[in-house]
Design a binder for this molecule. Sequence first.
Ligand SMILES: Nc1ncnc2c1ncn2[C@@H]1O[C@H](COP(=O)(O)OP(=O)(O)O)[C@@H](O)[C@H]1O
Ligand SMILES: [Mg+2]
Length: 266
Amino acid sequence: MSGPMEPGLDVVDIQAYYGQAILAIRGVSLRVDHGSIVALLGANGAGKTTTLKAISNLLGSERGALSRGTITWGGDAVDRLSPSELVAKGVVQVLEGRHCFPQLTIEENILSGGFLRRPSRRQMAADLEQIYAWFPRLKEKRKTKAGLTSGGEQQMTAIGRALMTRPKLMLLDEPSMGLAPIIVQEIFEIIRMLNQRSGVSFLIAEQNATLALRYADHGYVLETGRVVASGTAAELAARDDVKEFYLGGSRDQANDRRGRPTRATA
Ligand SMILES: Nc1ncnc2c1ncn2[C@@H]1O[C@H](COP(=O)(O)OP(=O)(O)O)[C@@H](O)[C@H]1O
Ligand SMILES: [Mg+2]
């Protein structure tokens, strides 16, 4: 078990580029303690995805790279680990946009997350049952091709697949994107339950700050690649500047942060 004194994820002053010229994040520092839920907030383009991909070492596939700073997990530097080595150390990422295999069934999608660990069949079956207990909706749809299920079910499937790796920390990129509010709430309730019952920590990138701060312990607000505010969720939710810019303020609540009408595809 991880004691409260054992260090979790520690990101110190990271800077990342795409190509030669695009400086996407410039000196981001953040921490995720074991057992906590941390929200990474900010508008579209602020650098949330880049930060998560930097942590998982996924920037290379987009011709991006870390050019400064350190990332440690449990006190060990992880900047040079491959995504699968990081998974073996308990850190898993669920990418933006869910990324299920549309031609595979829900169950096949979930199981695909388990193979990384090379578990026995019995272990795999037990883990699958546990995931169905957490996501009863997925059990009902287990034989359905993922491409034929709703956005909410696909997001749950992506989380379920990540859970098959038995993570200690899950990096979640915009779980609410494009989903109806009721489904988003269901997903955040599951996140809270996983956090409380299994002790999984979460770093959640979200444009929907109001929602994320309702479930998070701590938050960081990014703006053009920098952390411009941080604190406990309660502190951030109470700050007028944060409220005005990120929590809806006077803006139309029916629109997302990109100013488009919110799509509801649950
Ligand atoms: N693959 C990429 N190639 C070049 N620039 C990118 C790429 N991905 C993101 N960016 C740029 O990096 C900045 C941060 O983007 P991103 O991390 O995706 O922000 P967020 O997730 O907060 O919307 C933006 O200016 C964006 O245009
Ligand atoms: Mg993003």
